[in-house]
Design a protein around this ligand. Structure first.
Ligand SMILES: Cc1cc2nc3c(=O)[nH]c(=O)nc-3n(C[C@H](O)[C@H](O)[C@H](O)COP(=O)(O)OP(=O)(O)OC[C@H]3O[C@@H](n4cnc5c(N)ncnc54)[C@H](O)[C@@H]3O)c2cc1C
Length: 466
């Protein structure tokens, strides 16, 4: 028995993309579904409300993408970024089934928009949501309510009662009380633990105190901890996460997409000592932004500064913050609280090392430095035309990878022998580490959530109804 004495077939914990994919699928399979979400209704949708696109396999250009993106190319992209740290069977399943994701989402009311251009360069591989993640999630909620899925907000699942690998009930804190809600099966789609700074410190040490969290403050990993404590087999590591450079002036939580600083490849990036520390032009930005969050986090005080001149604004997606601006490098340094002499020295050495060539902001242009350490291998133009601009950067954590191992039915694997749990399924960020042991390709988070959300919903309903 559950909420108001009702009984449910399937409980879904969380109300983000993976949860709604699971809930809708389970409900369409005739299950009675209750979704439990810790956030208030207006802050439902976790990190999913911040997303913009999904990477999915397709054979040809469509209204939403500019060309084909075969499964094999998707697989090669994944293999490269993870350096092989992926469960090939599950990963291939996600990539293959991602081919149906856009159609399925549209059937649930989600709308897509024309391809975008800009430094993201994802127009061929990723379909963009009309109205962003908020639009996508609101469409799901309308459909979910229409087909009779029930929701309970401000309802934190604090514990799970298990009998061996069998789910019995969830302890739910709501309205100042904790009560037990039982169901025949449970789908845990409660996201990662990126909003839990103490847990981040386990992987990153005290440095995590200076990290900013790009998404929901509610993703504290309570469900992940409960599952791991109950013997669920872990996957990936505590120091693996997706992190990008964001404006240091961003709020500690929920700054979303508008805080990401995308000018790194056209800039020089210096640390607090005004020294460069990595090749800013290594590759196109979508293939590199995820390493820059880590790089910034490894610098003294976990802060860095991207410096550009007046040739660059307009070439990248602007952030919500105006850059710091000055007519000279020394003034810019003072405003950024950097040593002016040290920044001048770094900039002069860089400008001197720049080789001649043609600057092309749209692709790696080979415009490089010579004799400079670290080198800049593309987009190395002189930074010499005032005014000069600077963005202070901090590590912005998008999501964590440590999660629970699952099988192809989305069942949580328990104990060292990895026994599939009887009626406990996991989907989305909480199990994304099965696919992403490290690294990232933009838009894969949504693909994992849609594919495993649907599988979890189907299997949980099958388990409940049979
Ligand atoms: C700024 C930003 C931009 C992004 N852009 C993209 C993009 O364009 N494409 C892409 O593929 N990915 C993107 N991502 C990653 C993407 O957001 C995630 O991969 C995806 O949203 C995860 O979905 P989920 O359903 O697993 O988790 P979430 O959407 O985070 O949902 C988890 C839900 O569980 C709830 N919850 C947590 N604990 C409990 C509990 N104990 N009890 C009850 N409820 C609980 C939370 O409140 C939350 O609502 C982005 C992330 C961020 C932060």
């Amino acid at each position: 028995m559950g909420e108001s004495g009702k009984s449910y077939d399937v409980l879904v914990v969380g109300a983000g993309n993976a949860a709604l994919c699971a809930a809708i699928t389970a409900r369409r399979a005739a299950a009675r579904v209750l979704v439990l979400e810790v956030a208030p209704r207006e802050f439902r949708s976790g990190n999913s409300r911040h997303v913009r696109n999904i990477r999915y396999a397709h054979d040809a250009a469509t209204e939403y993408v500019t060309g084909p993106y075969p499964v094999e190319e998707y697989w090669q992209d994944l293999l490269r970024v993870t350096a092989g740290k992926t469960n090939e069977k599950l990963a291939r399943m996600v990539l293959e089934q991602s081919a149906h994701a856009v159609d399925w989402m549209q059937e649930q009311g989600v709308r897509f928009q024309q391809p975008l251009s800009g430094t993201l360069g994802l127009a061929r591989t990723n379909a963009f949501f009309f109205g962003g993640g908020k639009g996508m999630m609101n469409s799901y909620f309308v459909t979910a309510e229409d087909i009779g899925i029930e929701f309970l907000y401000e309802a934190e699942v604090t514990d799970l009662k298990l009998d061996g690998g069998h789910f019995v009930s969830a302890s739910v804190r709501h309205d100042g009380e904790t009560r037990e809600i039982s169901a025949r099966s449970v789908v845990i789609a409660a996201g990662g633990y990126e909003a839990n700074i103490d847990w981040l410190k386990e992987g990153w040490g005290e440095r995590a105190q200076n990290f900013l969290i790009r998404g929901s403050p509610y993703n504290k990993g309570r469900m992940l901890r409960v599952l791991l404590d109950a013997g669920a087999h872990p996957v990936s590591e505590a120091d693996q996460c997706h992190a990008v450079p964001i404006d240091a002036r961003s709020p500690q939580f929920d700054g979303g997409i508008a805080t990401r600083v995308d000018c790194v490849i056209y800039s020089i990036v210096v640390n607090r000592n005004a020294e460069r520390f990595y090749d800013e032009g290594e590759d196109i930005w979508p293939k590199r932004y995820a390493i820059w969050g880590r790089l910034v986090g490894q610098q003294p005080d976990q802060i860095a500064y991207a410096i550009i001149d007046s040739k660059i604004p307009g070439l990248f997606m602007p952030t919500i913050f105006r850059p710091v601006e000055a007519d000279t490098i020394e003034e810019l340094a003072e405003q950024l609280e950097l040593d002016p002499k040290a920044l001048r020295k770094t900039l002069d050495a860089y400008n001197k090392a720049v080789q001649s060539g043609t600057f092309d902001p749209t692709q790696p242009d080979g415009l490089h430095t010579k004799g400079l350490k670290p080198p800049k291998t593309n987009w190395a133009q002189k930074i010499d035309r005032p005014p000069f601009f600077g963005y202070p950067l901090r590590t912005g954590i998008t999501f964590t990878y440590l999660g629970v191992e699952v099988d192809e039915k989305s069942r949580v694997l328990m104990g060292p022998e990895k026994r599939p749990a009887d009626n406990i399924f996991a989907a989305g960020e909480i199990m994304a580490g099965n696919i992403l042991g490290q690294g990232y390709v933009g838009g894969l988070g949504m693909a994992i959530g849609v594919v495993f959300g649907r599988i979890a919903g189907e299997e949980a309903a099958r388990r409940a109804v049979n």
